[in-house]
Write a protein that binds this ligand. Sequence first.
Ligand SMILES: [Zn+2]
Length: 319
Amino acid sequence: MTLRIENHKLVGDQVSHRDTPNRGGAMSPSYLVLHYTAGRSLESSVESLCTRKPQGNASAHIVLGRDGRIVQLAPFNIVTWHAGVSQWAGLVGLNSHSIGVEMDNAGLLKRIGSQYQAWFGKAYPEDEVLLAAHRNGGPVSPWHTYSEVQIERAIELADLLVEHYGLKDVLGHEDIAPGRKSDPGPAFPLAALKSRVLGREDDSPPRYVVTASSLNIRKGPDTSFEPVAAALRKGTEVFLLEARDRWSLVEIVSNAEVEGWVSNSFIAAVAASRAAPASPLAAAGAGEPASSRSTRSAAEAPAEKKARQAKKHRRAKDA
Ligand SMILES: [Zn+2]
């Protein structure tokens, strides 16, 4: 199911085209914006996005079905109307700067009795519902889940678009119109897609998580060394910088300033993401350093991250 772009149009298996009348002028896209349709089906959403409406016209470049089918409604170098009132990184009105992908998904559901219902009345089974709070705020709510093939296809498509157009970032509608919009919502793995597509974590060290309720992080690989910071709480994520047989040098994911040694007995590998498969600690625990990072100081860590960002940025510009 390899996709490619020819003359701003998508070509590949299970790709079809239909021209929407809801379109603007020419543009050169800098961003990809992901949405859910909050609709009943791929067909109903395509129909709606290709219809002129007195209450306001909407469209997008792509509608992505739950079975992986893709319908393109306009070439990628033509403005479509998916973002509405929006802003990002100094830009206002993202329609003129972005490619819009709508994913068939009922969106935010409502619990009615024992059922989860969409705004259009259709009920969804529990195994198609995620209970979660939106990262922009609000209570824990039921959200329609995306299908696996749909997520795979979204990643493949985002990868192609970022590469082909040298896009700067992949955003959710919820990022560019917070408060007003909450799509694609908590059920879509946007962070994972971004790290995969933008290569942000390609060269990150493996991630581990603290399993003890409280874990000392020390200046050296032994209990005789002073702690370098307050004890880490259970669930704290760390990058594994160097693994020895009983102790590992780690850096706190949420605070690169903190780096120190923790006992291997109380950390566990975070489930390997596709972007950065975590190497099992056992393999690194044979007494060999996991990498050449052992000699650097804590102060070098942020610089290294900046270099990574810069590299990613160059790549985007070259594309
Ligand atoms: Zn949207």
